[in-house]
Ligand binder design. Structure first.
Ligand code: SF4
Length: 531
């Protein structure tokens, strides 16, 4: 049996955004499980399959990993698969899998959907198809059509911490991603999220009884809400779909990074909904980690991970390690010092969402406000990190007061040295507390426009002040006649001008920034640093 795993993550309606330089962890985990179990498997980026669809003929099983917003890309792949290999079985996974019912009804080409985390169902699926009498209905958490019905064999299964540490994700990246050196490879360090606070909603769908179980009860009681309100921030589905935070062992992470680096990776992102949850689950074990801010981070465990990664960094001397998101309430002097010691010069993302603490706490279900973020930004800046902040608009029940406080927060953040503010429009996601609520735009249109204007101005001014005229090192990517540059230490995508040859894709280059906009910058090619 031959398998292909197709990474269609973030391909939207069929094209990878040129500004996107990320390789997610999910498809590599799936391919790694297949490889470790001794099956013949290839992992290919979506573009590779699109460029040469006839390769699909070779495989018995075609596995596609996609997110909700990748429906267009998924449709294209299914069409190509059916045309080139009508007998190949198609299996879909990834975050899109939670919409299994709609997707199975819409695409009759799909045979199975592995819903949620893949480790356990995929392993069981492989056992069944290898047996003389396969019974797929015995595999947990798998969806398929049965006549006019859609069957889901069991609710999604959360992979236990121990198993997460046993998986060896795929690392033959040079065979999977063209220009494989330029990407930021996401290495999962934590699965799930620790925020089991909930929005205290009282509307047509939910009636919170204000029992405060989700905030004050013993940790394991917080898994359930008597009003059935999904856990976590109202706009986010991570805790509901992936459960409480679980940590992978430092050894398994370092081994994965080592493999990736040996195969050409140069930029690694330690991926987690909140990096500072790393090892916090061990502090409360055997209880689940269902509190976003207590206990404080597990400094010793984080240090152990960083030490091990540092040994590796010294060995290779040309690897950049970054982390992704953190919760501001977990940042203290000790944490900031530790992050600064190992990650100085890299970016770090913090969700503020709005400048109104009471709104965040009660409506979003997020016990973090501007005060926490200000403290975190100051500490992180002092220790050499580059904070990026997330804000949102259009969220349910945002009042004029909440918008005004959010607008005010931009001014405060700009004085602290925040490098970038990303403003997101709220989009209701399935399996969240806000799933049933449409974005509120019209009611506060003027304030939203002002917020957008100020965020753009902030981002533009920062780039003008700190990037214009500066020389930085970027990875080059040649695509559709143009060069893009991805900063080695992360930062805005650079539109690179002045390179005559189209053959420098994948090389490191020095560029000088000569023009800036709120989201992008333009750079003049100076020299090739390394190819
Ligand atoms: S959201 Fe929290 S406070 Fe409200 S009913 Fe559920 S557990 Fe109780």
């Amino acid at each position: 049996m031959k398998f292909i795993v197709i990474d269609a993550l973030a391909r939207a309606s069929g094209e990878r955004y040129s500004t996107y330089d990320v390789v997610g962890a999910g498809p590599r985990i799936v391919a790694g499980i297949l490889y470790e179990k001794g099956f013949k498997v290839d992992l290919k980026a979506y573009e590779v399959v699109l460029g040469e669809p006839s390769i699909l003929k070779k495989y018995d099983y075609i596995l596609i990993s996609a997110m909700s917003q990748d429906k267009g890309a998924l449709k294209r792949i299914i069409k190509l698969a059916k045309k080139n290999n009508p007998r190949g079985k198609i299996i879909v996974g990834g975050p899109i899998s939670f919409e299994y019912e709609d997707i199975l009804r819409e695409h009759d080409g799909i045979d199975y959907i592995i819903v949620g985390e893949a480790e356990i169902p995929l392993t069981r699926f492989l056992e069944e198809i290898s047996s003389s009498n396969p019974r797929i209905e015995k595999v947990p958490s798998i969806a398929f059509r049965n006549g006019n019905d859609v069957i889901l064999t069991s609710p999604p299964v959360h992979t236990p911490r121990k198993i997460l540490s046993l998986i060896k994700p795929w690392f033959f990246i040079e065979n999977s991603y063209p220009n494989h050196k330029i990407y930021r490879y996401y290495v999962e360090v934590v699965r799930g999220c620790s925020n089991f606070y909930r929005p205290l909603l009282s509307d047509d769908k939910y009636k919170c009884i204000k029992c405060m179980v989700c905030r004050n009860a013993p940790l394991k009681h917080r898994l359930k809400c008597p009003a059935n309100i999904p856990p976590g921030c109202g706009f986010c589905s991570v805790p509901n779909l992936f459960g409480p935070a679980r940590t992978r062992s430092p050894n398994s992470i370092v081994e994965e990074i080592n493999d990736l680096v040996k195969h050409g990776a140069r930029r690694i992102v330690l991926s987690a909904p909140d990096f500072l949850d790393y090892g916090r689950d061990l502090l409360v074990s055997p209880n689940p980690l269902t509190d976003p801010c207590e206990p404080a981070p597990n400094i010793e465990y984080i240090q152990e991970l960083f030490e091990a990664i540092n040994d590796l960094r010294l060995k290779y001397n040309n690897v950049v390690i970054m982390i992704e998101n953190i919760k501001a309430c977990l940042v203290n002097e000790e944490v900031a010092k530790l992050l600064g010691k190992y990650l100085s010069g890299t970016t770090i993302h913090i969700g503020l969402e709005t400048g109104d603490y009471n709104y965040n706490l009660n409506v979003l279900g997020k016990p973090i406000g501007l005060k926490d973020v200000v403290k975190a930004v100051k500490l992180l800046r002092k220790n050499g990190l580059r904070p990026y902040i997330y804000l949102m608009y259009g969220l349910p029940y945002m009042s004029k007061k909440t918008y005004l406080k959010t607008i005010k927060s931009i001014n405060i953040l700009s004085r602290l040295g925040v490098e970038k503010i990303t403003l997101y429009k709220f989009t209701p996601l399935p399996h969240t507390a806000f799933e049933h609520i449409a974005p509120e735009i019209e009611k506060h249109k003027e304030l939203i426009n002002k917020l957008k204007y100020l965020v753009n101005k902030f981002n533009y001014n920062y780039k003008k002040k700190f990037l214009l005229g500066k020389r930085i090192i970027v990875f080059l990517l040649f695509s559709k006649g143009k060069y893009y540059g991805y900063p080695l230490y992360h930062g805005p995508t650079v539109f690179v001008k002045g390179i005559k040859s189209p053959h420098f894709s994948g090389c490191l280059a020095e560029v000088e920034i000569y023009d800036v906009a709120a989201r992008f910058v333009w750079g003049r090619f100076i020299r090739i640093v390394e190819c």
